[in-house]
Design a protein around this ligand. Structure first.
Ligand code: ADP
Length: 311
Protein backbone atom coordinates (compact mmCIF):
# COMPACT_ATOMS: atom_id res chain seq x y z
CA UNK A 1 0.00 0.00 0.00
CA UNK A 2 1.15 3.55 -0.77
CA UNK A 3 0.60 6.19 1.89
CA UNK A 4 0.75 9.92 1.14
CA UNK A 5 1.03 12.70 3.68
CA UNK A 6 -0.38 16.21 3.28
CA UNK A 7 0.18 18.00 6.58
CA UNK A 8 -0.92 21.39 5.27
CA UNK A 9 -3.64 20.92 2.61
CA UNK A 10 -5.43 23.89 1.11
CA UNK A 11 -8.34 25.02 -0.98
CA UNK A 12 -6.61 26.41 -4.04
CA UNK A 13 -8.57 29.25 -5.63
CA UNK A 14 -7.52 30.66 -8.99
CA UNK A 15 -9.02 33.94 -10.20
CA UNK A 16 -8.50 34.66 -13.88
CA UNK A 17 -8.72 38.42 -14.47
CA UNK A 18 -8.12 40.67 -17.50
CA UNK A 19 -5.35 42.72 -15.92
CA UNK A 20 -4.20 42.80 -12.32
CA UNK A 21 -3.91 46.34 -10.96
CA UNK A 22 -2.91 46.90 -7.34
CA UNK A 23 -5.57 48.88 -5.44
CA UNK A 24 -8.31 48.31 -8.07
CA UNK A 25 -11.49 46.18 -7.95
CA UNK A 26 -11.31 43.02 -10.08
CA UNK A 27 -14.16 40.88 -11.35
CA UNK A 28 -12.67 37.54 -12.46
CA UNK A 29 -14.01 36.15 -15.74
CA UNK A 30 -13.27 32.69 -14.34
CA UNK A 31 -12.88 31.32 -10.79
CA UNK A 32 -11.57 27.81 -10.15
CA UNK A 33 -11.64 26.08 -6.76
CA UNK A 34 -9.60 22.92 -6.22
CA UNK A 35 -8.32 20.59 -3.53
CA UNK A 36 -4.65 21.49 -3.14
CA UNK A 37 -1.47 20.71 -1.26
CA UNK A 38 1.40 18.78 -2.83
CA UNK A 39 0.50 15.46 -1.18
CA UNK A 40 -3.08 15.78 -2.43
CA UNK A 41 -1.80 16.38 -5.97
CA UNK A 42 0.32 13.22 -5.63
CA UNK A 43 -2.75 11.32 -4.37
CA UNK A 44 -4.91 12.51 -7.29
CA UNK A 45 -2.40 11.07 -9.76
CA UNK A 46 -1.99 7.83 -7.78
CA UNK A 47 -5.76 7.25 -7.88
CA UNK A 48 -5.75 7.68 -11.67
CA UNK A 49 -2.87 5.18 -11.90
CA UNK A 50 -4.99 2.69 -9.94
CA UNK A 51 -2.76 2.55 -6.84
CA UNK A 52 -3.71 0.95 -3.54
CA UNK A 53 -3.60 4.22 -1.61
CA UNK A 54 -4.25 5.85 1.76
CA UNK A 55 -3.97 9.64 1.86
CA UNK A 56 -3.34 10.96 5.38
CA UNK A 57 -4.10 14.59 6.14
CA UNK A 58 -5.20 17.14 8.77
CA UNK A 59 -8.50 18.92 8.03
CA UNK A 60 -10.41 21.52 10.05
CA UNK A 61 -13.21 24.10 9.89
CA UNK A 62 -15.45 24.80 6.92
CA UNK A 63 -12.53 24.67 4.50
CA UNK A 64 -11.71 21.23 5.89
CA UNK A 65 -15.31 20.07 5.36
CA UNK A 66 -15.21 21.28 1.75
CA UNK A 67 -11.94 19.45 1.18
CA UNK A 68 -13.28 16.25 2.76
CA UNK A 69 -16.21 16.28 0.32
CA UNK A 70 -13.81 16.96 -2.55
CA UNK A 71 -11.51 14.07 -1.58
CA UNK A 72 -14.59 11.82 -1.60
CA UNK A 73 -15.64 13.08 -5.02
CA UNK A 74 -12.13 12.40 -6.31
CA UNK A 75 -12.30 8.84 -4.85
CA UNK A 76 -9.13 9.42 -2.83
CA UNK A 77 -9.17 6.94 0.09
CA UNK A 78 -8.36 9.34 2.92
CA UNK A 79 -7.43 8.97 6.57
CA UNK A 80 -8.35 12.30 8.07
CA UNK A 81 -7.34 13.73 11.42
CA UNK A 82 -9.94 16.39 12.21
CA UNK A 83 -8.48 19.50 13.81
CA UNK A 84 -10.03 22.46 15.67
CA UNK A 85 -8.27 25.15 13.68
CA UNK A 86 -9.24 25.91 10.10
CA UNK A 87 -7.55 24.49 6.98
CA UNK A 88 -6.03 27.22 4.82
CA UNK A 89 -6.88 28.53 1.41
CA UNK A 90 -4.41 29.73 -1.17
CA UNK A 91 -5.27 32.27 -3.85
CA UNK A 92 -3.69 32.66 -7.26
CA UNK A 93 -4.57 35.68 -9.41
CA UNK A 94 -3.78 35.16 -13.05
CA UNK A 95 -3.95 37.87 -15.70
CA UNK A 96 -2.59 35.77 -18.56
CA UNK A 97 0.75 37.51 -18.16
CA UNK A 98 1.78 36.87 -14.57
CA UNK A 99 0.46 34.86 -11.63
CA UNK A 100 0.27 36.52 -8.18
CA UNK A 101 -0.11 34.10 -5.28
CA UNK A 102 -1.33 34.58 -1.71
CA UNK A 103 -0.49 31.53 0.40
CA UNK A 104 -1.99 31.36 3.88
CA UNK A 105 0.27 29.89 6.55
CA UNK A 106 -2.17 27.23 7.68
CA UNK A 107 -3.68 26.15 11.00
CA UNK A 108 -2.12 25.23 14.32
CA UNK A 109 -2.25 21.49 15.05
CA UNK A 110 -2.50 20.54 18.74
CA UNK A 111 -0.42 17.83 20.35
CA UNK A 112 -3.48 15.63 20.75
CA UNK A 113 -4.26 15.99 17.04
CA UNK A 114 -0.65 15.11 16.11
CA UNK A 115 -0.86 11.99 18.30
CA UNK A 116 -4.12 11.00 16.65
CA UNK A 117 -2.52 11.34 13.20
CA UNK A 118 0.41 9.14 14.23
CA UNK A 119 -1.84 6.53 15.82
CA UNK A 120 -3.93 6.32 12.63
CA UNK A 121 -0.74 5.74 10.65
CA UNK A 122 0.65 3.13 13.06
CA UNK A 123 -2.61 1.12 12.81
CA UNK A 124 -1.80 0.29 9.18
CA UNK A 125 1.98 0.42 9.25
CA UNK A 126 2.46 -3.28 8.48
CA UNK A 127 0.76 -2.86 5.10
CA UNK A 128 2.66 0.24 3.96
CA UNK A 129 5.44 -0.43 1.44
CA UNK A 130 5.78 3.10 0.05
CA UNK A 131 5.35 6.43 1.79
CA UNK A 132 5.31 9.92 0.27
CA UNK A 133 5.77 13.08 2.34
CA UNK A 134 5.21 16.26 0.31
CA UNK A 135 4.80 19.94 0.97
CA UNK A 136 4.82 22.22 3.97
CA UNK A 137 3.99 21.58 7.62
CA UNK A 138 1.55 23.82 9.50
CA UNK A 139 2.21 25.25 12.96
CA UNK A 140 2.62 22.32 15.40
CA UNK A 141 1.93 22.81 19.09
CA UNK A 142 4.99 21.78 21.17
CA UNK A 143 6.68 20.21 18.17
CA UNK A 144 8.93 21.10 15.26
CA UNK A 145 8.21 20.11 11.67
CA UNK A 146 11.53 18.24 11.65
CA UNK A 147 10.54 16.09 14.63
CA UNK A 148 7.04 15.53 13.23
CA UNK A 149 8.49 14.27 9.92
CA UNK A 150 10.96 12.10 11.88
CA UNK A 151 8.07 10.52 13.79
CA UNK A 152 6.23 9.76 10.55
CA UNK A 153 9.35 8.36 8.82
CA UNK A 154 10.11 6.12 11.78
CA UNK A 155 6.55 4.84 12.18
CA UNK A 156 6.85 2.23 9.43
CA UNK A 157 9.41 -0.55 9.47
CA UNK A 158 10.21 -1.34 5.86
CA UNK A 159 8.66 1.26 3.59
CA UNK A 160 10.38 3.09 0.72
CA UNK A 161 10.09 6.73 1.80
CA UNK A 162 9.96 9.54 -0.77
CA UNK A 163 10.34 13.04 0.66
CA UNK A 164 9.54 16.15 -1.40
CA UNK A 165 9.65 19.17 0.89
CA UNK A 166 11.33 22.60 0.88
CA UNK A 167 15.08 22.16 0.23
CA UNK A 168 16.14 24.04 3.38
CA UNK A 169 14.12 21.57 5.50
CA UNK A 170 15.15 18.56 3.44
CA UNK A 171 18.84 19.27 4.10
CA UNK A 172 18.22 18.90 7.85
CA UNK A 173 16.34 15.63 7.35
CA UNK A 174 19.08 14.19 5.12
CA UNK A 175 21.88 15.34 7.45
CA UNK A 176 20.24 13.45 10.32
CA UNK A 177 20.24 10.26 8.23
CA UNK A 178 16.55 9.63 8.86
CA UNK A 179 14.96 6.79 6.84
CA UNK A 180 14.57 8.66 3.55
CA UNK A 181 15.02 6.53 0.41
CA UNK A 182 14.21 8.93 -2.40
CA UNK A 183 14.05 12.66 -3.09
CA UNK A 184 12.77 14.56 -6.16
CA UNK A 185 14.35 18.01 -6.26
CA UNK A 186 13.86 20.28 -9.24
CA UNK A 187 16.86 22.24 -10.54
CA UNK A 188 16.55 25.15 -8.07
CA UNK A 189 16.01 22.83 -5.11
CA UNK A 190 19.02 20.72 -6.13
CA UNK A 191 21.17 23.87 -6.27
CA UNK A 192 20.11 24.72 -2.71
CA UNK A 193 20.81 21.17 -1.52
CA UNK A 194 24.36 21.16 -2.87
CA UNK A 195 24.97 24.89 -2.39
CA UNK A 196 26.05 25.44 -6.01
CA UNK A 197 24.66 28.08 -8.37
CA UNK A 198 26.11 26.74 -11.64
CA UNK A 199 25.44 23.19 -12.66
CA UNK A 200 26.22 21.11 -15.72
CA UNK A 201 25.79 17.42 -16.44
CA UNK A 202 29.31 16.46 -15.34
CA UNK A 203 28.99 18.38 -12.08
CA UNK A 204 25.59 16.83 -11.35
CA UNK A 205 27.03 13.34 -12.01
CA UNK A 206 29.93 13.95 -9.60
CA UNK A 207 27.66 15.44 -6.92
CA UNK A 208 25.18 12.56 -7.17
CA UNK A 209 28.01 10.03 -6.83
CA UNK A 210 29.91 11.73 -4.02
CA UNK A 211 27.83 14.26 -2.06
CA UNK A 212 27.27 13.06 1.49
CA UNK A 213 23.59 14.13 1.46
CA UNK A 214 22.83 11.61 -1.32
CA UNK A 215 24.60 8.63 0.21
CA UNK A 216 22.36 5.56 -0.05
CA UNK A 217 19.33 7.40 -1.45
CA UNK A 218 17.71 7.63 -4.86
CA UNK A 219 17.70 11.12 -6.40
CA UNK A 220 15.28 12.16 -9.15
CA UNK A 221 16.58 15.54 -10.26
CA UNK A 222 13.89 16.83 -12.61
CA UNK A 223 14.77 19.52 -15.13
CA UNK A 224 11.39 20.62 -16.51
CA UNK A 225 11.25 20.30 -20.30
CA UNK A 226 14.83 18.99 -20.30
CA UNK A 227 13.79 15.76 -18.54
CA UNK A 228 15.84 14.48 -15.61
CA UNK A 229 19.06 13.07 -14.22
CA UNK A 230 18.34 10.19 -11.90
CA UNK A 231 20.37 8.16 -9.43
CA UNK A 232 18.89 4.79 -8.45
CA UNK A 233 21.10 2.76 -6.14
CA UNK A 234 24.53 3.60 -7.57
CA UNK A 235 23.47 3.89 -11.23
CA UNK A 236 23.03 7.32 -12.79
CA UNK A 237 20.75 7.86 -15.78
CA UNK A 238 20.04 10.78 -18.06
CA UNK A 239 16.48 10.97 -19.38
CA UNK A 240 15.53 13.19 -22.31
CA UNK A 241 11.87 13.85 -23.02
CA UNK A 242 10.17 14.78 -26.29
CA UNK A 243 8.82 18.31 -26.78
CA UNK A 244 5.13 18.58 -25.95
CA UNK A 245 2.36 21.18 -25.94
CA UNK A 246 2.31 22.71 -22.44
CA UNK A 247 -1.07 23.54 -20.87
CA UNK A 248 -0.24 23.94 -17.18
CA UNK A 249 3.06 22.85 -15.59
CA UNK A 250 1.84 23.40 -11.99
CA UNK A 251 2.00 20.10 -10.10
CA UNK A 252 4.26 18.34 -12.64
CA UNK A 253 6.75 17.53 -9.91
CA UNK A 254 3.97 16.03 -7.77
CA UNK A 255 2.78 13.90 -10.70
CA UNK A 256 6.38 12.73 -11.15
CA UNK A 257 6.53 11.74 -7.47
CA UNK A 258 3.31 9.73 -7.92
CA UNK A 259 4.93 8.01 -10.91
CA UNK A 260 8.02 7.12 -8.86
CA UNK A 261 5.91 5.65 -6.05
CA UNK A 262 3.70 3.65 -8.39
CA UNK A 263 6.51 2.68 -10.78
CA UNK A 264 8.74 1.33 -8.06
CA UNK A 265 6.01 -1.05 -6.89
CA UNK A 266 5.08 -2.06 -10.42
CA UNK A 267 8.53 -2.48 -11.95
CA UNK A 268 10.64 -3.14 -8.82
CA UNK A 269 14.24 -3.13 -10.09
CA UNK A 270 13.61 -2.17 -13.70
CA UNK A 271 15.03 1.31 -13.20
CA UNK A 272 14.54 2.57 -16.75
CA UNK A 273 10.85 1.67 -16.67
CA UNK A 274 10.41 3.49 -13.35
CA UNK A 275 12.06 6.60 -14.83
CA UNK A 276 9.93 6.48 -17.97
CA UNK A 277 6.70 6.16 -16.00
CA UNK A 278 7.63 8.91 -13.51
CA UNK A 279 8.58 11.43 -16.20
CA UNK A 280 5.62 10.62 -18.40
CA UNK A 281 3.31 11.28 -15.43
CA UNK A 282 4.96 14.70 -15.02
CA UNK A 283 4.63 15.35 -18.76
CA UNK A 284 1.00 14.27 -18.87
CA UNK A 285 0.17 16.61 -15.97
CA UNK A 286 1.87 19.42 -17.91
CA UNK A 287 -0.27 18.62 -20.95
CA UNK A 288 -3.59 18.98 -19.02
CA UNK A 289 -5.31 22.18 -17.87
CA UNK A 290 -6.13 20.89 -14.37
CA UNK A 291 -3.39 20.26 -11.80
CA UNK A 292 -3.06 16.61 -10.76
CA UNK A 293 -4.65 15.22 -13.91
CA UNK A 294 -3.05 12.69 -16.21
CA UNK A 295 -4.13 10.71 -19.25
CA UNK A 296 -3.19 7.02 -19.15
CA UNK A 297 -3.03 6.55 -22.93
CA UNK A 298 -0.87 9.62 -23.29
CA UNK A 299 1.45 8.29 -20.56
CA UNK A 300 2.06 5.12 -22.55
CA UNK A 301 2.86 7.14 -25.69
CA UNK A 302 5.14 9.56 -23.80
CA UNK A 303 6.97 6.71 -22.02
CA UNK A 304 7.84 5.09 -25.36
CA UNK A 305 9.44 8.33 -26.53
CA UNK A 306 11.63 9.11 -23.53
CA UNK A 307 15.30 8.42 -24.13
CA UNK A 308 17.02 6.99 -21.04
CA UNK A 309 20.77 6.31 -21.01
CA UNK A 310 23.09 5.07 -18.30
CA UNK A 311 25.83 7.65 -17.67
P1 ADP B 1 8.68 20.75 -10.37
O1 ADP B 1 7.25 20.79 -10.87
O2 ADP B 1 8.84 20.00 -9.08
O3 ADP B 1 9.33 22.11 -10.37
P2 ADP B 1 9.88 20.05 -12.95
O4 ADP B 1 9.50 21.41 -13.46
O5 ADP B 1 11.31 19.65 -13.11
O6 ADP B 1 9.49 19.83 -11.42
O7 ADP B 1 8.95 19.00 -13.72
C1 ADP B 1 8.86 17.64 -13.35
C2 ADP B 1 8.64 16.79 -14.59
O8 ADP B 1 7.45 17.19 -15.28
C3 ADP B 1 9.76 16.89 -15.65
O9 ADP B 1 10.83 16.00 -15.39
C4 ADP B 1 8.98 16.53 -16.92
O10 ADP B 1 8.80 15.13 -17.01
C5 ADP B 1 7.62 17.17 -16.69
N1 ADP B 1 7.62 18.56 -17.21
C6 ADP B 1 7.70 19.72 -16.52
N2 ADP B 1 7.71 20.79 -17.35
C7 ADP B 1 7.61 20.30 -18.60
C8 ADP B 1 7.57 20.88 -19.93
N3 ADP B 1 7.61 22.21 -20.12
N4 ADP B 1 7.46 20.05 -20.98
C9 ADP B 1 7.41 18.71 -20.82
N5 ADP B 1 7.46 18.09 -19.61
C10 ADP B 1 7.55 18.87 -18.52
Amino acid sequence: MITTHTFNPSIDITYNVEQLQIGKVHRPFQSIKNAGGKGINVSKVLVQLGADLRAHTYLGGENGQWLERKLNELSIPSIITHIKDSTRQCIAINDGNKQTEILEKGPEVSQEEQNHYLNQLRKNNNYIDTMVISGSTPELQENSSLHHIKEILESTANSYNIVDIRASELIKILQRKLPVHCIKPNEEEFKTLVNESNLNEKKIYTLMKAHSLFEGIDVFLTLGSKGAIVKINESIYKAEIPKIEVENPVGSGDATVAGIAFGRRKFYKENQKIIRLALSCGMSNTAQKATGHINLQQIQAFANNIKVELL
